[in-house]
Design a protein around this ligand. Structure first.
Ligand SMILES: O=C(O)[C@@H](CO)OP(=O)(O)O
Length: 248
């Protein structure tokens, strides 16, 4: 049996401001840092010890990982930063307030943009300064690999190669792994691992900064999964994420 830990980053400044974030590189709030520390405490108490860590190239996930590993006194753990674990690109919605967008376009439309499998928000214009073409962290990528918007299906299409080429072989080699990533890049991975349908994925939300343990069989199929920590607080946090896209 293998075990892997997934974690969404702690609260970011744009989670607090309730703005669509995507590939915008915002930092953690103080609460987000505290969530990452608490995650480290829980993981330490549960006896976790890691050989390898994965994260995205966005600082909210990177700092969450550093803070969690620091709390565990495991900052020596090698870290692989992989752009394919980035948050789903939110296109032209990036920067807009979610509740205001729902007031303007309706809760249903915002739910489609946030959670549907295959409807992307409108793309950024290629000439938009928010496009990532000139960002040095993506310098090794072909232009067509750099999104201007994504639906979850697009995110699955880039996250799965990271799982298949890099993460899954490391698990099979016996590495104890933690992945610090984002709400929608983790939804993409969980959809694949748990075989969740395109319709049912709409109802899956991931709370900030809570370690999610997956136990996997020899074929890397999930045996069970569970969040560490206070289960009622986790349920409340899940409902809060779902409600962020409502006008009231
Ligand atoms: O804004 C974002 O990039 C994501 C994650 O914070 O939000 P949502 O939960 O609306 O997909």
């Amino acid at each position: 049996m293998y075990k892997i830990v997934f974690m969404r980053h702690g609260e970011s400044t744009w989670n607090l401001a309730n703005r669509f974030t995507g590939w915008v590189d915002v930092d953690l709030t103080e609460k987000g840092v505290a969530e990452a520390r608490q995650a480290g405490k829980l993981l330490k108490e549960a006896g976790f010890s890691f050989d390898l860590a994965y994260t995205s190239v966005l600082k909210r996930a990177i700092r969450t990982l550093w803070t969690t590993l620091d709390e565990m006194d495991q900052m020596y753990v090698p870290v692989k930063n992989d752009w394919r674990l980035n948050e789903r690109h939110y296109g032209a919605l990036q920067g807009l307030n979610k509740a205001e967008t729902a007031a303007q376009y309706g809760d249903e439309q915002v739910l489609v943009w946030r959670r549907s499998y295959d409807t992307p928000p409108n793309p950024l214009e290629p000439s938009d300064p928010r496009a990532s073409f000139n960002d040095p962290r993506y310098a090794g990528l072909a232009r067509e690999q750099i999104p201007l918007t994504e639906c979850l299906k697009d995110t699955v299409a880039r996250v799965l190669p990271a799982w298949n080429d890099s993460i899954a072989p490391a698990i099979r080699a016996g590495k104890q792994i933690i992945i610090s990533a984002h709400g929608n890049s983790l939804r993409a991975l969980i959809k694949y691992l748990d075989g969740i349908s395109d319709n049912d994925i709409v109802g899956l939300n991931i709370p900030n900064g809570q370690p999610l343990v997956y136990e996997l069989d020899a074929d890397l199929k999930p045996i069970k999964s569970y969040y560490l920590g206070d289960q009622s607080a986790i349920q409340a946090a899940l409902a809060a994420v779902a409600n962020q896209g409502k006008s009231k």
